[in-house]
Design a protein around this ligand. Structure first.
Ligand code: IPM
Ligand code: MG
Length: 343
């Protein structure tokens, strides 16, 4: 085994390059990681004419892990279906690496309870993870636009549901809550039936319940600490994970891991490219650091270093340092230096 892990870094657009620089400083401090930058998203459209260049996907496939900052921005916004969009790069690399499982942990840090729009007594003790199916459903079904009618097909197969359900049951500490819309959607009825069967056959000891997605959206803000693992399909997981992010006070805090059966995983903050503050050096790098920690844990088998990074982030917040999104005035560089010092 080579002592250096070889990862692909995708700085992307907006604040992406700034927070990726922060992650590189962190990786230099930790050691044992080599990276090479590739284009994805808007920057790839500008440089190569498409959001996911072939060389980016090939390099990602050959890597030990992929670290992504953020893609997208108003420069590439268009409703013309023929125009390339930065998001196609993200969806393409998810599909290309078969990253079917997206893990989004939500654990508010006590020092930030006051930054959440929810009352402290509601959020305290929350420690949940959204396990989102990432390569199926309405995101990837056939799309059409004929005259003044548009369609997006939502399709799921038993195999796709089984493999994401297994990830959820394996991630559970106390229970799995499967979220669907089985009172309306056929894909949701197949989802529920399959989750129930996988549970009975393989994970009968893990408590399982089911919630309809509208009810889940409500429970997430009324009683978030009741959840452990939320298992859900692609679109519901997209929406619920943004909602869950606000429990932590800022979407700037949330990391995510996207994993496949065996190939490299991809690790990225849940937040976007924040074009409004790009280039000012004031972006919050913490979700990027926490994503690097998830890469260390899930992608590079370095759980102890992952925990070091996570406690360094905690201690910096405990010390009161805050970027603008958290109501403070610290810039990216000072938060980065503080985290490195706290390692
Ligand atoms: C996310 C994002 C993406 C998604 C967009 C940018 C395509 O919102 O990772 O949650 O919808 O999956
Ligand atoms: Mg989203």
């Amino acid at each position: 085994m080579s002592s250096q892990s070889k990862i692909v870094t995708l700085p992307g657009d907006g604040i992406g390059p700034e927070i990726m620089d922060a992650a590189k400083a962190l990786m230099t401090e930790l050691g044992g990681i080599e990276w090479v930058d590739h284009d994805l998203g808007g920057v790839a459209i500008d440089n190569h004419g498409k959001a996911l260049p072939d060389e980016t996907l090939a390099a990602a496939k050959a890597s030990d892990a992929v670290l992504l900052a953020a893609v997208g921005g108003p420069k590439w916004d268009s409703t013309n279906p023929d125009d390339p969009r930065p998001e196609q790069g993200l969806l393409g690399i998810r599909k290309g690496l078969d990253l079917f499982a997206n893990l989004r942990p939500v654990k508010p840090i006590p020092a930030l309870y006051a930054s959440s729009p929810l009352k402290e007594e509601r959020i305290s003790g929350t420690d949940l993870v959204v396990v989102r199916e990432l390569t199926g459903g309405i995101y990837f079904g056939d799309k059409s636009r004929v005259d003044d009618v548009a369609t997006d097909i939502c399709a799921y197969s038993v195999t796709e549901i089984e493999r994401i359900a297994r990830i959820a049951f394996k991630s559970a500490r106390t229970k799995v809550t499967s979220v669907d819309k089985a009172n309306v959607l056929e894909t949701s009825r197949l989802w529920r039936e399959t989750v129930v069967r996988v549970h009975q056959e393989e994970f009968a000891d893990v408590p399982l319940d089911h919630l309809l997605v509208d009810n889940a959206a409500m429970q997430l803000v009324s009683a978030p600490s009741e959840f452990d693992v939320i298992l859900t399909e692609n679109l519901f997981g997209d929406i619920l994970s943004d909602e869950a992010a606000m429990i932590t006070g800022s979407i700037g805090m949330l990391p995510s891991a996207s994993i496949s059966g065996d190939g490299p995983g991809m690790f990225e903050p849940v937040h976007g490219s924040a074009p409004d503050i790009a280039g000012q050096g004031i972006a919050n790098p913490l979700a990027m650091f926490l994503s690097t920690a998830m890469m260390l844990r899930h992608g590079l088998d370095r759980a102890a270093d992952a925990a070091r990074v996570e406690s360094a982030v905690d201690s910096v917040l405990d010390g009161g340092l805050r970027t603008a999104d958290l109501g403070g005035d610290a810039d990216t560089a000072s938060v980065t230096n503080a985290v490195l010092a706290a390692l």
